[in-house]
Design a protein around this ligand. Sequence first.
Ligand code: HEC
Ligand code: HEC
Ligand code: HEC
Length: 108
Amino acid sequence: MKKILLGLVTGMFGISTICLAATGPETMNLKDRFAVQGKKPAVIFPHHAHQAKLKCTRCHDSGRGGNLSITPKNIKGMANDFHKKICWPCHVEMKVPKGKSCNTCHRR
Ligand code: HEC
Ligand code: HEC
Ligand code: HEC
């Protein structure tokens, strides 16, 4: 019985590890991740919350995640590519409440 239980537990661990690898982290500090310089509080991006509402290909090249469809190159100041090319256009399109308010993304 003990052995069966152990098998079940390790089995479940295996599955959850695979899921974790496939869907990426639940949240990501984008300031650290892209080495963005500046004084605004770091954006902690709720990755899994977005996955719950959107297809992977809204942001990624493939349905398995990985590369973003738009590589953020300009990462300085207000006209950075996150604002202009990734986050804001979709928030506007999908009418996310306070989707362009600074505090929605740059939380202290
Ligand atoms: C939908 C999310 C989102 C909203 C809303 C948003 N930003 Fe950003 N912003 C980002 C991301 C992502 C970065 C790059 C990663 C980081 O800096 O953590 C960034 C970077 C910045 C930067 C460059 C880095 C720095 O620290 O100087 C500035 C300046 C900035 N934002 C100002 C603002 C201001 C002002 C507002 C409100 C008018 C705002 N942002 C609203 C997502 C957002
Ligand atoms: C709203 C945008 C968005 C959606 C939708 C989205 N992701 Fe992501 N994902 C990101 C961002 C931003 C990153 C960080 C990109 C980077 O570091 O280059 C990322 C990174 C990843 C990574 C890499 C994690 C790592 O540590 O290297 C994987 C894997 C991933 N996503 C999988 C998925 C899968 C699978 C889906 C669909 C179920 C999905 N993503 C949906 C925005 C999104
Ligand atoms: C393809 C569409 C899309 C893209 C791209 C996108 N978002 Fe969103 N975002 C949404 C939607 C839809 C919601 C509303 C989710 C909900 O109803 O809870 C949302 C909500 C949020 C929230 C609020 C979550 C909360 O707790 O209320 C944050 C923070 C956020 N997004 C950050 C970002 C950042 C940072 C980026 C860019 C890296 C980004 N989003 C890119 C569609 C998008």
